[in-house]
Ligand binder design. Structure first.
Ligand code: G16
Length: 592
């Protein structure tokens, strides 16, 4: 039976009752717009990278709808093209349909959607840029676990392909506080499994291959011929293993490693994306990427790498060789001219997030590049890139990338390392591996020992008390000039300065305050305390420690184990901050 309904924007025919059969491609339906009454939910404030909560929170009636309507109320997407993608985690397919319904009701002209709701975060950034979309909505909680009892996330990206800046996310949050209704189209779900175009009420929907555009992009950046020839001439002494941790990168890795580079299928593992990531924690670090570490060690693999749930993070790990993300980006910056993209376009500038070690600053100084220190959050790099002042940047949180897109890019970093190793080995009679590159780098620039301690899901009150105590010491200057000695190493550290990091964006002059408490010691060592903005439960406290040793410190010192190199400083940092006392915990949940 057909009935006529009136809508705010136009009159249309609708099917009644609505069918749940997927809408076949090319079938044209006209649909009505309904306005549904709703009430605001507390706490829909996007964090470091979008709104991340437990799936069950998103599943509450109207919770997801409210947030999506708040996005549309904060942007002007009428008549525009919007990209939808994500890491394929649990609750993604249904949320894509919700976005289509609400987006269409809000006047979006066209949706570009990754097949099966899949588009890695870097791939989505590329699609937004390549097809000149107005923006995109990414369904991901990144490295957080997935599944019915785990996490989901929604993130809005703007037309440069990068995460929305704070003025946009603040606006979205304000809208969520007062929302009273959302607009929606009554329509059967779109079949997300078939590539092709269809119309959907007043909008068009284009389901695209999730992988092809991204592979084409990387082929335009790296010297794949060189990498391929290096790998084929080192079949016996340069094993490669990529671990997708059952995140979104599986199909991308298969295309790159197996199809483009011609490596065997055994060079990739855990490369089938699963909605719950195989019940794992898709975070490429030494704790959670143990599947990679174990196989690399057991099979003597020279080059291993892993990426996270949505494909923007990376870890480089070969047999007996771990590269900290801070060193990784510094090394990529140092070797940039062997990568065709930078050889052709030059390096415009370098940057890191504040807690990331200063290793990349040293490269910038030596090579005469401009460099920046921004708050934690990839969104802070975007303006600098758009202004043509930043080419390569990274974060200690396993994020590395460049201005080829506006997100960090896990597979880009892995290919950068392969390109660099291929170039380094070009005229070498002996195989140069990861540790050789690290040592050469330390001998040139010195080494920044770096580690991060995470205290996950601790009570918010304890975390706040820790921060308040540091702020009190900042105001009273009570810690300044005090000397602290590590009981186990006997090393002393004198506090030179304590400050709360604030950032003024050099391009739009926007100010971001309260970005972490920094304690600087007289020898240049640093300790930073920050509350994470990506957790979904309680609070997560991060403690970052950094100690620099000069290039002439001697090989033994430059090659020292990280934990040993930082032992004294960590002890002093814990004592100074009274962290254990405030958080009521003895040990960190994760050490990276
Ligand atoms: C996000 C941001 C990164 C940030 C990381 C950790 O990464 O994009 O810029 O460094 O979170 O943030 P926090 O310390 O606040 O938890 P991802 O990979 O989770 O999107």
């Amino acid at each position: 039976m057909l009935r006529v309904t009136s809508s705010h924007k136009y009159r249309a025919w609708t099917l009644s009752p609505p069918t749940t059969t997927p809408l076949p491609l090319r079938r044209v339906l006209t649909m009505s717009i309904r306005e549904i009454q709703t009430n605001p939910f507390d706490g829909q404030k996007p964090g470091t990278s979008g709104l991340r909560k437990r799936v069950k929170v998103f599943q509450q009636q109207n919770y997801t709808e409210n947030f999506i309507q708040a996005i549309f109320d904060s942007i002007d997407a009428k008549g525009q093209t919007l990209v939808i993608g994500g890491d394929g985690r649990y609750f993604s397919p249904e949320t894509v349909q919700t976005i289509l319904k609400i987006g269409s009701a809000n006047g979006v002209a066209k949706f570009i959607v990754g097949q099966d709701a899949i588009l890695s975060t870097p791939a989505a950034s590329n699609v937004i840029r390549k097809y000149k979309a107005y923006g995109g909505i990414l369904l991901t909680a990144s490295h957080n676990p997935g599944g019915p009892d785990k996490d989901f996330g929604i993130k809005y990206n703007v037309s440069n392909g990068g995460p929305a800046p704070e003025n946009v996310t603040d606006k979205i949050y304000e809208k969520t506080k007062t929302i009273s209704s959302y607009k929606i189209i009554e329509a059967p779900p779109v079949d997300l499994s078939k590539i092709g175009d269809t119309t959907y009420g007043p909008s068009a929907v284009s389901i695209i291959d999730s992988v092809a555009d991204y592979v084409e992009l990387l082929e335009s950046i790296f010297d794949f011929a060189l990498i391929k020839s290096f790998l084929s001439s080192h079949k016996d002494d340069f094993g490669v293993l990529f671990d997708g941790l059952h995140g979104v990168t599986g199909p991308y890795a298969k295309a790159l490693f197996v199809k483009v580079l011609g490596l065997p299928e055994s060079s990739i593992q855990n490369c089938v994306p699963l909605p719950d990531f195989g019940n794992g924690h898709p975070d490429p670090n030494l704790t959670y990427a143990h599947s990679l570490v174990e196989v690399v060690e057991k099979n003597n693999i020279v080059f291993g790498a892993a990426s996270d749930g949505d494909g923007d993070r990376n870890m480089i790990y070969g047999k007996g060789a771990f590269v900290t993300p801070s060193d990784s980006v510094a090394i990529i910056a140092h070797w940039a001219d062997v990568i065709p993209y930078f050889k052709k376009g030059g390096v415009k500038g370098l940057a890191r997030s504040m807690p990331t070690s200063k290793a990349i600053d040293l490269v910038a100084k030596k090579k005469g590049f401009e460099y920046f220190e921004v708050p934690t959050g990839w969104k802070f790099f975007g303006n600098l890139m758009d202004a043509g002042r930043l080419s390569i940047c990274g974060e200690e949180s396993f994020g590395t990338g460049s201005d080829h897109i506006r997100e960090k890019d896990g597979l880009w970093a892995v290919m950068a390392w392969l390109n660099i190793l291929a170039a380094a080995n070009k005229d070498s009679s002996k195989l140069i591996g990861i540790n050789d590159l690290l040592l050469t780098h330390y001998k040139t620039y010195g080494r920044s020992f770096f580690s991060r301690y995470d205290y996950e899901e601790v009570p918010s009150s304890g975390a706040q008390a820790l921060v308040d105590n540091l702020n009190a010491a900042l105001t009273s200057k009570s810690l300044n000039n005090t000397t602290h000695t590590s009981a186990s190493t006997g090393t002393s550290f004198t506090v030179a300065e304590l400050y709360n990091f604030a950032y003024t964006d050099p391009i739009d002059k926007s100010v971001s305050k309260n970005q972490g408490q920094v304690i600087v010691f007289s020898d240049g060592s640093r300790v930073v305390f920050r509350l994470s903005g990506t957790g979904s439960q309680g609070a997560t406290v991060r403690m970052y420690v950094e100690r620099y040793v000069a290039p002439d410190a001697g090989e033994a010192e430059l090659k020292r184990d990280t934990a040993e190199g930082l032992k004294g400083l960590i002890e002093v940092a814990l004592e100074l901050s009274k962290l254990k006392e405030f958080l009521g915990v003895d040990k960190p949940t994760v050490i990276t």
